[in-house]
Design a protein around this ligand. Structure first.
Ligand code: BGC
Length: 733
């Protein structure tokens, strides 16, 4: 068995720097154009990387997903390295590799930890089968500003939900590959929601809000952590000794390796922080960044010189390299670095993976509104169904952003799904033109471009055709939202309005008088003020993945009931951002404060909101003790009755509030949840244990974690507006 210390003793500083360097290896689809903004020479880059491999100058590659290619490059790496050290292959396996699951924000909306863990275990299984050892996921950044496009990659606004979902994802991935929670830390709080813009967060917010998902991911055993691009309180996060050494390793005991975000070490020069590449490399490696992810010309290539000049102690290099070698040993790469290509094909085709993706899409949908119980639809009772909107039949949009190895042929769109269930009763009209971005996405070069309209598309005639189809149908299903390349990395928006003429389309369909269902395809909240008053049924289907359309049909026609809940407060309009449910209060009565002249100060839909086809009643909340010691736990239980004739899942949520103490505490905070399936006409008792870990918080004056003696309110219900209440008091001794 390979021994990292023995290997280290034989390695030169240049070989060590090689182990600490990860290169992109881009092979673009035929005809693809590289984004000039990336400064990428499509021809020269792979050749240069292969040159590095031939002389042991790389420890890892990213962006290769073809098992034959991985084997070829691995052979170059192993044979080129004087000590036979194999390469680590990393990739962004965010919500599936070949089988695409709903986007991460959707998975979080399921509040279903088993489904989340299973989804990432399948993603990890497919990845490992093709030769990928490590994913740059989960993204566990808290997002409280939906203008920021990367809200789609995370679990939303709440640290408790975020931490729980982060741990489930890590458990899933790490059944097969290394998970790398990212981007440490505070990346989601960029000014104005502009990606990579600076972040200024108090310690109070970092410890109470932004760090908990990272700590949970580390506790779940994550083997890697990725840095963040932006300045955090005036220092580039990617060179923060405080983040990567003091917090991550010394406070949380992280034992894995840290990778920089792509080119983030080089960018220390762009930040105006390091004077040149050499200094950038020296400062990042000293801060605790083990591996540099680079497109070309890595800063870590200067580390051997830095060792010679005594700018970097060689023991620091050894510590970093040891982490990388340990990961390779643990993965068994020294024993067998290659993959079985035939087996990879079998794993990628596994029908069980598709079935799991379909279940995940069912469970992540959120029923926002259902006036007059318009849903579920009964296909037998309907003569015709008009399916409307350009997103209804767009395969590429159905699977969402941040996927690369997808198979569009097998992707089931909403139109496909409805047709499979309701056959020739279905008519379809796009209604409006496909959405176009005003600038190309950096992902366009991977075939992720915006959709285009069919030849001869006439926008005015098409709108008229959609209205006609709606008028002639018994029910209209409009699919509206954002084109998938409007969201994700470097895809911020200054407005939450439905892009293009989609609102006009919805209004025209509703004006026909035909009962209308709105399916929202999105990764961030959108301005649905008009729809929330005028469209009777609204179902948030997110970007639902490979089996999305099949799952949507299951939901529309009532084979299953929606049970998802919002992982963020849904603002009415962009001007309300940021809007969180767990705010503090300063006035009595509260509605005199936090007012806008021109808009309500409440969200359109509260955090945790989501309806069901069943009716749930919450009753009999009990708290097992009135007084509890500071270090003790209290048990809260509640009965949830399903008063309908159909089985359905409900996410039972517990919120906590400390009435007073050594700091003002939020009006309520999520501290427990449980997704339970309750058969028709039955009830279940759901129990939550609230321990000191749920009551402690980081106090800005004490500059430490505190546990106050205080009375607490507790609510349990189906959203953050839960009103079934109880109390208990915490007293020392
Ligand atoms: C993103 C990371 C991603 C990396 C590699 C960066 O631009 O910020 O989240 O893992 O690229 O694709």
């Amino acid at each position: 068995m390979a021994n990292p210390d023995e290997l280290l003793a034989k390695m030169s500083p240049a070989e060590k720097a090689g182990q600490l360097t990860q290169f992109f290896y881009f092979k673009l689809p035929a005809g693809a154009q590289a984004d000039p903004a990336l400064g990428l020479d499509v021809e020269a880059q792979p050749r240069a990387v292969e040159g590095e491999l031939a002389q042991g100058g790389a420890g890892s590659l990213l962006f290769v997903t073809d098992p034959a290619e991985i084997n070829r490059l691995q052979r170059l790496g192993v044979e080129g390295n004087p000590h036979g050290v194999p390469l680590l292959f990393g990739f962004d396996v965010i919500h599936g590799l070949r089988t695409i699951f709903p986007v991460p924000i959707a998975m979080a909306a399921s509040w279903d930890l088993e489904t989340i863990e299973r989804g990432q275990a399948i993603a990890g299984r497919e990845a490992r089968a093709v030769g990928i050892h490590w994913t740059f996921a989960p993204m566990v950044d808290i997002a409280r500003d939906p203008r920021w496009g990367r809200i789609v990659e995370g679990a939303g606004e709440d640290p408790f939900l975020g931490a729980t979902v982060a741990a489930a994802q890590v458990r899933g991935f790490q059944q097969h590959i290394i998970a790398g929670p990212k981007h440490f830390g505070g990346y989601g709080a960029a000014l104005g929601g502009r990606d990579y813009d600076e972040v200024n967060l108090s310690d109070y917010e970092l410890w109470n809000v932004y760090f908990p998902p990272f700590e949970a991911a580390i506790k779940a055993g994550a083997g890697n952590v990725m840095t963040a691009y932006m300045d955090l309180n005036g220092v580039p996060a990617s060179a923060s000794h405080w983040l990567f050494t003091e917090v991550l390793r010394e406070t949380w005991g992280f034992d894995g390796f840290v990778v920089s975000d792509a080119n983030a070490v080089r960018n220390l020069v762009a930040h105006g922080f390091a004077k040149d590449l050499a200094e950038a490399g020296a400062r990042a490696v000293t801060a605790g960044v083990d591996m540099e992810m680079a497109i070309a010309d890595p800063a870590y290539a200067h580390l051997p010189a830095a060792v010679e000049d005594k700018a970097v102690d060689e023991r620091v290099l050894d510590e970093r390299v040891r982490k990388i070698l340990e990961a390779k040993v643990r993965l068994g790469l020294f024993d067998d670095p290659y993959v079985d290509e035939e087996r990879a094909r079998e794993v990628l085709a596994d029908p069980a993976h598709r079935e799991a993706a379909r279940v995940a899409a069912q469970r992540s949908a959120v029923l926002l509104r259902n006036e007059g119980d318009l849903l579920p639809l009964d296909p037998a009772a309907l003569g015709s169904i008009a399916v409307i909107g350009p997103l209804a039949d767009s395969k590429r949009d159905t699977i969402g952003p941040w996927v690369f190895d997808f198979d569009l042929d097998e992707t089931v769109t909403v139109l496909d799904g409805i047709r499979a269930a309701a056959g020739d009763k279905v008519t379809h009209a796009r209604g409006i033109a496909a959405g176009q971005r005003t600038f190309p996405s950096m992902f366009d070069m991977f075939g992720n471009n915006a959709p285009t309209d069919p030849e001869g598309f006439d926008a005015e005639a098409e709108l008229a055709r959609a209205v006609e189809a709606a008028a002639a149908a018994d029910v209209a299903v409009v699919v509206a939202g954002e084109w998938q390349n409007m969201i994700g990395e470097a895809a911020s928006r200054s407005s939450l309005e439905l892009p293009g003429r989609q609102l006009e389309l919805i209004q025209a369909v509703v004006a026909t008088g035909t009962p209308t269902v709105l399916l929202v395809m999105n990764g961030r909240p959108l301005d649905l003020r008009w729809a929330a008053e005028n469209v009777p049924a609204i179902l948030d289907i997110w970007y639902p993945g490979t089996q999305g359309g099949a799952a949507v049909a299951d939901l529309l026609f009532g084979a299953v009931s929606p049970g998802g809940k919002l992982p963020f407060s849904w603002p009415r309009t962009a001007g309300q951002i940021p809007m969180i449910y767990s705010h503090t209060t300063s006035h009595e009565p509260d509605n005199q404060a936090r007012r806008y002249w021109d808009e309500e100060s409440t969200p359109l839909f509260p955090f945790g909101h989501g309806l069901s086809y069943a009716t749930f009643r919450y009753r009999d909340l009990t708290v097992d003790r009135e007084v509890v010691g500071t270090d003790e736990s209290v048990t809260v239980s509640v009965e949830v009755a399903n008063e309908s004739d159909r089985e359905a899942a409900e996410v039972v949520q517990l919120y906590l509030h400390q009435r007073y103490g050594t700091a003002s505490r939020p009006v309520r905070e999520l501290k427990g949840f449980d997704r339970v399936v309750i058969p028709a006409r039955e009830s279940r008792r759901v129990e939550f244990v609230i321990g000191p870990e749920h009551r402690r918080y980081w106090n800005a004056v004490a500059r430490d974690w505190v546990l106050d003696e205080a009375p607490f309110d507790v609510w349990v219900g189906g959203s953050s507006a839960a009103d079934l209440a109880g109390t208990f008091e915490v007293r020392a001794g």
